[in-house]
Design a protein around this ligand. Sequence first.
Ligand code: NDP
Ligand code: MG
Length: 392
Amino acid sequence: MQRITILGATGSIGVSTLDVLARHPEQYQVYALSAHSRVAELAVQCRQFRPQRAVVGTPEAAAELTRLLAGLPVDVSYGEAALCEIAASPDTDTVMAAIVGAAGLAPTLAAARTGKKILLANKEALVMSGQLFMDAVREHKATLLPIDSEHNAIFQSLPAHYGRAPEAAGVAKILLTASGGPFLNRAVETLESVTPAEACKHPNWSMGRKISVDSATMMNKGLEVIEAHWLFGAPADQIEVVIHPQSVIHSMVSYVDGSVLAQLGNPDMRTPIAHALAYPERIASGVAQLDLTSMSALHFHQPDYARFPCLALAFDALRAGGTAPALLNAANEIAVEAFLEERIGFRDIDRVVRRVMDENEHGAASDIAAVMAQDARARAAASGIVATIARN
Ligand code: NDP
Ligand code: MG
């Protein structure tokens, strides 16, 4: 029986994870669930999955959840320390890291430092503190399995000995596929006026609002380039972004002998979630088999960096190293939030991120305190820029 903590249980990834778990009650048991403010949704999940612990964002949310769970033996608590506890508890083996944004860093790191099996969806944690996070994973013998569909595909397309001997694996390139999001073919000059609803309407995937906007700017792919760098030890030049609008191939690895290995499937996050949960075995996920004969043509082309400046900014941050990715990530989180609140326009997102990157020094990511200080400085700088251009 694997005992599981889900950080961010009420989100898109959290709900998909519970869907897979519910198909295999004999193999998995839920130890703890967390949400931030969607207390009613969390209460319904607690009634179905009967965790020992549930964590929310505030004392008020905790009081409300306690009221909703009256009679159930669920220990309810709130805040970052409680999130770290449910991630690090000796009563859990596996942690699904599916909180969105920098808020997921501390509990995900707590899971790494206690040697858990970590199913990593929260790419922002790795972008912010890649070296520190990977060091903690190695030092505490944690197991890190990627949930992001591209990275899960790459993991599946790499040889088993890759982790022990990457230089002997013959990898020429990691080909990170990207759908291009909802604005791949929209006239560039109309991007100034797109609405949050349009930006969140992804053609192939159903996801949370923040990652949906990141997909529309292609910052998501930029964050994924940095994520791939840390997960697979690949330098920036070895990672190539390929636009593939159909999202059937979820990424590829090309080898020095000319082979290209890919992972294919319907675009449904339950596939990578089931893969990581059961690894190295396989379990049913509820996802329909890919019907190759009914598929239309698959297309591939290079990304347009003028249309998607965030992608270039992310490559810049990766090459700059140190706390530059934390700067990029924090500025992006503030800009995306302001866009979703309709305070700034869609194209302002890349302008805010660029200005924060240009106007702020980055340093060495020597410890988590340095990363968090950079994160705080970048948020303040981005909020200041947003205030000067905000419509309301
Ligand atoms: P959602 O917005 O759907 O869910 C986010 C979850 O995190 C919710 O449970 C939310 O609680 C919780 N949360 C939000 N803010 C905080 C906070 N400050 N402190 C603690 N918990 C918080 O996001 P997704 O599920 O789409 O994405 C989660 C992560 O997975 C992201 O990092 C994303 O990049 C990554 N990912 C997602 C994919 C997808 O298909 N959705 C694909 C690949 C990666 P509440 O519901 O109460 O607000
Ligand atoms: Mg992805």
